[in-house]
Design a binder for this molecule. Structure first.
Ligand code: FNR
Length: 347
């Protein structure tokens, strides 16, 4: 029997074993040279932690809240497509695991189960990507703004990645999309992504929903300011897990820029490359309120279903709690900018 994973990254190898190559590569891959894919993780490794000692850390509180919804730690589940390729229970299992972990799951527009089915599977706080969410009790809309077209993911092109007919694919009837002998992902994207999406559409979306709108895919202070102006309830600093624009910056390197621009008016969340509790700590020290985790969740699901997702979230949370203790922080408000050193800092 394979040994039990002791950290989140070890789930990747288990997922690789469990999945057909085409699906593993779809989940794991990034755009073009995958420069940003590597940098998302490596940029965290360039940041060091400045611990404070002789603090009573016998009690650590990792809890926080996002848009007023309490969560057990600042670790949330990123929206990612097609969980049914990883496990037949797909997003239902991910949603149940998120609920059991007392955290928020953002359901992808390209979910294999529809919004109502996922809503019925558990009573977790859920955020979704579109309007029907409101009726099914989702608490926020997450508008992905970095996807006017599909990024060029060469593994999928090479593997001729075809999404099989799944139980129920929201907006993705793969068999209807002519693959032309190659991957059907681009044809799918062309049929569902909207290259005309612009700032005025955010204002329109805001006018038709009472739910808060988070913009996912902000990487510059210019766009962060616009997000505040247009009335976004929050921004997610994200490069889509490096699957869209290669050579976009590693997300952790632009968190401060975005945080400074929004001046505390709306929460800043970051995703991309979070693999350790220390990464969560670093993101918070740089001003993020929470992080989203993408691939590790899918790998947990592929390796061990619902239980695997729970384990991934728990591992990150345990590591984060330990990091807080070793850095001398007992609650999230204790984590400050002076707890980290980036390569731009001079002391
Ligand atoms: C994604 N991501 C994504 N984002 C989004 O807004 N809607 C989506 O449908 C998807 N689908 C998707 C599929 C897969 C397989 C991956 C890996 C990612 C991006 C996701 O929300 C998140 O930004 C990244 O996954 C975060 O990076 P890490 O944690 O995977 O490094």
């Amino acid at each position: 029997m394979a040994s039990e994973p002791v950290n989140v990254s070890e789930f990747e190898a288990l997922a690789k074993k469990a999945l057909p190559k085409m699906y593993f590569d779809f989940y794991a891959g990034g755009a073009e040279d995958e420069y940003t894919l590597k940098d998302n993780e490596e940029a965290y490794q360039r940041i060091t932690i400045r611990p404070r000692v002789l603090v009573d850390v016998s009690r650590i509180d990792t809890s926080t809240s996002i848009l007023g919804y309490p969560i057990s730690s600042p670790i949330m589940v990123a929206p990612s497509a097609l969980h049914q390729l990883a496990n037949p229970e797909g997003e239902l299992a991910t949603a149940r695991a998120s609920a059991a972990s007392n955290t928020i799951m953002i359901l992808s527009f390209s979910s294999s189960y529809n919004v109502e089915e996922v809503a019925a599977s558990c009573d977790a706080v859920r955020f979704f990507q579109l309007y029907r969410a409101e009726r099914s009790g989702y608490k926020a809309i997450v508008l992905t703004v970095d996807c006017p077209r599909l990024g060029r993911r060469e593994a999928d092109i090479r593997n001729r990645m075809i999404v099989p007919k799944l139980k129920n694919v929201e907006g993705f009837v793969s068999n209807d999309v002519d693959a032309g002998g190659g991957s059907n992902l681009e044809a799918y994207a062309n049929s569902t992504f909207d290259p005309t999406l612009s700032w005025k559409d955010v204002a329109w979306l805001k006018s038709i929903t009472s739910l808060p709108i988070l913009l996912k895919g902000i990487l510059t202070h210019e766009d962060a300011l616009k997000a505040v102006e247009v009335g976004a309830a929050g921004v997610i600093v994200s490069n889509h897990g490096a699957r869209q624009l290669d050579y976009s910056p590693a997300t952790i390197t632009v968190v401060e820029e975005v945080v400074r621009a929004v001046k505390g008016k709306i929460p800043v969340i970051v995703d991309g490359g979070v693999r350790r509790g220390t990464d969560v700590f670093k993101a918070l020290a740089l001003g993020a309120q929470a992080v989203l985790v993408g691939r590790p969740i899918i790998y947990g699901l592929a390796a061990k279903g619902e239980q695997g997702v729970k384990q991934v979230i728990q591992m990150l949370k345990d590591e984060f709690e330990l990091t807080m203790a070793l850095a001398g922080c007992t609650s999230l408000k204790d984590i400050t900018r002076s707890h980290v050193r980036t390569d731009r800092d001079r002391f």
